[in-house]
Design a protein around this ligand. Sequence first.
Ligand code: TXA
Ligand code: MG
Length: 344
Amino acid sequence: MTQYANATTQKENGTVLGGKLIREGGLVAFPTETVYGLGANGLDGEAVRRIFEAKGRPGDNPLILHVAKKNYVKRLWAHVPESARVLMDTFWPGPLTIVFNKSSLVPDEVTAGLPTVAIRMPDHKTALALIREAGVPIAAPSANTSGRPSPTSAQHVREDMDGKIDLIIDGGPCRYGLESTVLTLAGEPTILRPGAVTREMLEAAWGAIRLAPSILAPMKAGETAASPGMKYRHYAPECEVLVARGDPRAASGKICRAYDRRVLSGENAVIFATTQTQPFYRDRRCVIIGDRAEPATLCANLFARLREYSDAADVVFAEALPEEGMGLAYMNRLLRAAGFRTID
Ligand code: TXA
Ligand code: MG
């Protein structure tokens, strides 16, 4: 049976019970500033295996360890490189995950056998309280069924995990709505997954940072993944998703033409519009997902809207954003949800 706790209204907010369940080897879903996580004791290989079962996650896709204190990384990494020190001081707590060579304390179940481990310190008081109560680092992927859009509310977690895990702690909607930036410092500093800590922010704090090629393109057959997560179909709703590139006028023009064709042939279509482009779509079926001038607003809504229209539409049309700042993270998730299909 899955228990529920509400971190926003209950004084005893679930973190005490959650910490106890985690110490006992259980699974607890909890809010973070990015998306909801599905947590287990990160030092207990047996408990970590249960995460993979509940999500239906491929066994070769490693997990992130969540800590409540920066200093704890000393125990989990072989050593702490200078670059990590600078980046942790600048961005932790926050949506930045750092990958580096692991220590012997980290079980192979967490890293899927890799010699490196991913660590982050979330910027969310419930998440931090839960880690402190548990007294161990918490291994946690996003709390969705593998392949579905990541959950940005407790209701999304419930849809995917009810009956499969021990506790869901409801902390309301997530601030960013997209998962953390994943940066590896094992080798040349490289962003494996873009997020709210942008390439521009990382470069200002440290220096040149590469982008993994798979961020905006599908992996080629035979290519090895720097981050195993990039091999898999991700964020995939049931419906078709199509992306239109170009400036707002051009993109919305393409969407209008494609939308009209689909609707004429009897399909149920919806457009993810923005405050700037909504007038171009006239009386077509639209939902505003944000303001193009503030990509963070689109990021915050993307997964929730994909879940909402997954069954409620046959096809979703969405505009591309410039691939800079948080626009890069948005395009990374949107293109994956679309299976890289565009209407150019
Ligand atoms: O915001 C987030 O990061 C959320 C919240 C819950 O913290 N977590 C999350 O976890 O998104 P998950 O498991 O859905 O994504 C982790 C990503 C995957 O793409 C995985 O392949 C990559 O991080 N990863 C984990 N360990 C790695 C490692 N040692 N080397 C390279 N990539 C790694
Ligand atoms: Mg995930």
